[in-house]
Design a binder for this molecule. Sequence first.
Ligand code: X2X
Length: 344
Amino acid sequence: MKRKNFLGLALAATALALTAAAPAQAQTYKAEYKMSLVLGPAYPWGKGGEIWANLVRERTQGRINIKLYPGVSLIQGDQTREFSAIRQGVIDLAVGSTINWSPQVKELNLFSLPFLMPDYAAMDALTQGEVGKDIFRIIDKAGVMPLAWGENGYREISNSKRAIKMPEDLKGLKIRVVGSPLFLDTFTALGANPTQMSWADAQPALATGAVDGQENPMAIYTAAKLHTMAQKYVTMWGYVADPLIFVANKDIWASWTPADRAIVKQAAVDAGKQEIVIARKGLAEADKPLLKDIAANGVTVTQLSPSEREAFVKATRPVYDKWKNQIGANLVNTAEKSIAARKK
Ligand code: X2X
């Protein structure tokens, strides 16, 4: 056999093998992919997930069909188990909060360091800069494919008892917090009585008065109607903010063609950008119209002066220093530098 003919045969065989492989690959696509979320489309968070799913369905002509599972229902509402469940394949895709994943990925506690990020520009400087890339590398190494950033938001404190203007006002208040030990340290330092529970358990606990207060973004406060659960006092202290991260399970990711992976990633980036705008609506504007809506429900909204805010910063500084080392001083230093250099 001449060399040329042999080459031709080999090429033909390869082409045949590729054609044969194509339908087999299509068969590895599932009829439905499960997306986990804490909150559904009535909230900016779930809206972001819905936008992502819709963009993927359109752009893949239905090859990738994503169904939303809000209430972290795939893991029985236990939001702090979400990251492990994504890694293990119980969950195919997720839009999750850095807080809920920080028990598994300690570096995600960065965003929960009290008073690290003074404004939206600081948050953007982290997620859109070097820190964001570092965090994505860490998530990837931890076994989950990171795709895009979104935002839950600045977490403001509410309670049923009194207006909080200084750390002393928190004394003895029973405050529901999410499941990272950093939150217990922060609220203990402020003299409060923090108690960990899931979001699902938090609402009945607030409604019955089993707990006095909680901290969450104002978009959640509004959509969940927390003013009807005795939360008559809100203080805008902006002490931490949790970004959301759009991710995929790695086996699912590997089962898709490179072209489909590119579509899913771009759709996550597009949905994340839209979600951040929705999450900041009514708060990013100078006159913060959302706060007027909240006050119209008979809620006392307290804004802190810079010196009042400073008292909270001072009271929580030992917690910041302790957790800086636990998170990793290098990462926190990079974050501090990025924030100092931010464009305002
Ligand atoms: O549980 C909360 O407070 C919530 C909904 O904000 C998160 O999932 C982090």
